[in-house]
Design a protein around this ligand. Structure first.
Ligand SMILES: [Fe+2]
Length: 342
């Protein structure tokens, strides 16, 4: 039986890391609330006697977040008096995760679980730092609620890469022992399961059913026999989702190597009749052919999402295509911005 999600009353997303930042644009969708980040950024109070022009506060450029190729979302859900916080992916590198968390003014100690969408360095690179900062913040605050749990697919490749003419390797993902060594408890699962009072669901393997969503062309992994082998489908990829009261399924996707249509359809299968509300994250269409973009758009539109929240590897061409085909439906995500789904 599919584990059942419980409805949540509210959902807030802090985008800790994303490829693009946009500190100026207002929210394009009435159901997605966010400050224009210049206005939402922490302001620095100026001491009396050091107030140029009489201004009491300063907007400092070194308090704004940085973009980086990757994704990291801090997702907070509430139901009644209960609140739970989950970190979905940890971005590509430690320095950018640390910097953006500090600049957003977030308390890492609130993170109870980390879910890694798939074994790729642009999602796992900040993981060890995140674990250390979470455990450090909890120790400082005297919160002894147990170790942060890192939820991982059990099949971690030794190395992944892309083969065009010759192999280009990614940096290795953190190893299970390194994650434990940083202070976390590792939970390995390839099955659908819920967590945090059933407010969040993590999928198992995402079925690949469309003919046009074929994973990463040239994807390879280094195997235990010491050879690079074809690995285009990235079968360890998983989605996370919530059921937002009165709205529907809010689906989080790291890179959509399964294809954003396969991801969305699988979320709906797991959701047991709850409508699709939005898909947040990387749609991985930046390098898609025009035909793939068109088919993805048609099939995504047929699922009738109320909002689309693309980021990371989606690519500007698909975002333009969404806006043309579904005017007013899109609220793209940007690094350093807090989104409230109202
Ligand atoms: Fe990615």
């Amino acid at each position: 039986m599919t584990p059942q999600l419980t409805e949540v009353d509210t959902l807030t997303i802090h985008v800790i890391v994303n490829d693009e930042i946009d500190q100026i644009s207002p929210s394009p969708h009435p159901a997605i609330k966010h400050a224009q980040s210049f206005l939402g950024a922490p302001l620095t109070p100026l001491a009396a006697g050091a107030q140029p022009g009489g201004a009491k506060q300063q907007l400092r450029m070194d308090k704004l977040c940085c973009g980086a190729h990757g994704l990291s979302l801090l997702i907070t859900a509430t139901r009644g008096a209960k609140t739970h916080t989950l970190l979905f992916d940890a971005g590509p590198e430690e320095a950018v995760w640390e910097r953006n968390v500090a600049r957003l003014g977030l308390d890492p100690g609130q993170i109870e679980r980390i879910v890694l969408s798939h074994w790729h360095r642009d999602h796992s690179g900040g993981m060890l730092s995140a674990v250390r900062m979470i455990e450090g913040a909890k120790a400082k605050a005297g919160k002894g609620k147990g170790k942060v749990i890192v939820d991982l697919h059990p099949e971690r490749p030794i190395l992944r890469g892309i083969k065009v003419r010759e192999v280009v390797s990614l940096e290795p993902d953190p190893e299970f022992a390194e994650i434990e060594g940083a202070g976390a408890e590792v939970f390995r699962s390839s099955e659908t399961h819920t967590m945090l009072d059933d407010m969040f669901l993590v999928s198992g393997e995402i079925p690949r059913r469309t003919a046009y969503e074929g994973g990463i062309r040239g994807g390879v992994r280094f195997n235990a026999r010491g050879e690079w082998e074809t690995d285009e489908l990235i079968m360890d990829e998983r989605l996370v989702m919530c059921n937002l009261k009165g709205r529907g399924l809010v689906v989080f996707t790291g890179c959509s190597h399964a294809g954003v249509v396969n991801v969305s359809r699988h979320a709906m299968e797991l959701g047991g009749g709850v409508p699709l509300y939005t898909v947040v994250g990387g749609y991985h269409l930046a390098d898609g052919t025009p035909e793939k973009l068109q088919k993805s758009l048609e099939d995504l539109k047929a699922l009738e999402p109320k909002v689309l929240m693309p980021g990371h590897c989606t690519g500007w061409r698909f975002k333009v295509a969404i806006e043309k085909a579904m005017p007013g439906c899109m609220a793209p995500i940007f690094g350093g911005t807090k989104y409230e789904l109202i």
